[in-house]
Design a protein around this ligand. Structure first.
Ligand code: CAA
Length: 262
């Protein structure tokens, strides 16, 4: 499938591939408009439905993962435009419905909606030139794609308030220290690092990968007791899979497991 605002490709062995989506509006620093978000949604859903894909990477350019929602496109919108039509963010949450793990490989600016998009992914690997922020306050608005909700969950109230109220950027080191990103690597190693992580995920059995993602995400939606119970039910359910038998037998017999995704 050909897209106008993104590029897709796959990497890895035929049986377990990584689907890679690259945001591609270089002149606008990958500013996110409706067309791009529609195409991103289609590409992610296509990878999610493809049995040969085990993990997805979302990335941008060296200069910008994404510099936010497209300001030019929304500058003249009225309240009625955005409220009645749910413009700007109408299809953003669809990334949350993707069952396969989605890794954000972030270099350059991840601002506003770009930071929010990265936070919708399952984890963020950052290049050392990455810069994160929620600068919407400078435009007379606030984050509109989950930034005021996901950022405090990732970095705590103090830093989230600081970023949302001042509009300042934080660099990759600060973002890792704060817990927003899982790893920081030199810019020229970013895709190698993300691919390494994605291929490792691809090598595991899909039921346990899905369950791990669902269980960790549950931590953001429930209290501790409910979350622990949810985890326990998934944990028990995995004993009904062939992959659990295979994984444990391989360990006991000191061999490499061959997961069947069943
Ligand atoms: N929307 C539309 N175009 C954008 C853009 C955006 N969010 N960010 C950058 N661009 C465009 C610029 O207009 C410029 O285009 P021209 O060459 O045609 O003038 C081009 O990208 C390059 O940008 P700069 O010349 O500004 O590059 P820079 O290196 O000097 O600065 C930057 C980079 C700091 C990222 C700066 O571009 C910037 O501050 N961008 C806006 C960031 C922002 O405010 N994001 C939040 C948007 S609102 C939002 O996202 C709402 C939400 O929660 C959903």
């Amino acid at each position: 499938m050909t897209y106008e605002t993104i590029v897709t490709r796959t990497e890895g062995p035929d049986s377990r591939q990584v689907g890679i989506v690259t945001l591609n509006r270089p002149k606008q620093l990958n500013a996110l408009n409706n067309e791009l978000m529609d195409e991103l949604g289609s590409a992610l859903k296509a990878f999610d439905a493809d049995d040969s894909i085990g993990c997805i990477i979302l990335t941008g350019s060296e200069k910008a993962f994404a510099a936010g929602a497209d300001i030019g496109a929304m500058a003249q919108y009225s309240f009625a435009d955005v409220y009645n039509n749910d413009y700007i963010t109408r299809n953003w949450e669809q990334i949350r419905g993707i069952r396969k793990p989605v890794i954000a490989a972030v270099s350059g600016f991840a601002l506003g909606g770009g930071c929010e998009l990265a936070m919708m992914c399952d984890f963020i690997i950052a290049a050392d030139n990455a810069r994160f922020g929620q600068p919407e306050i400078k435009l007379g608005i606030i984050p509109g794609a989950g930034g005021t909700q996901r950022l405090p969950r990732a970095v705590g109230k103090a830093k989230a308030m600081d970023l949302a109220l001042t509009g300042r950027m934080m660099d990759a080191v600060e973002a890792e220290r704060a817990g927003l990103v899982s790893r920081v690597v030199p810019l020229d190693k970013l895709m190698d690092e993300a691919l390494g992580a994605a291929l490792m995920i691809c090598s595991y059995g899909q039921p346990s990968v899905f369950a791990a993602k669902e269980a960790v995400n549950r931590a953001f939606e429930s209290g501790l007791s409910d979350g622990v119970m949810f985890e326990r039910r998934l944990f028990h359910a995995l004993f009904a899979t062939e992959d659990q038998k295979e994984g444990m037998d391989a360990f006991v017999n000191k061999r490499k497991p061959e997961f069947k995704n069943r």
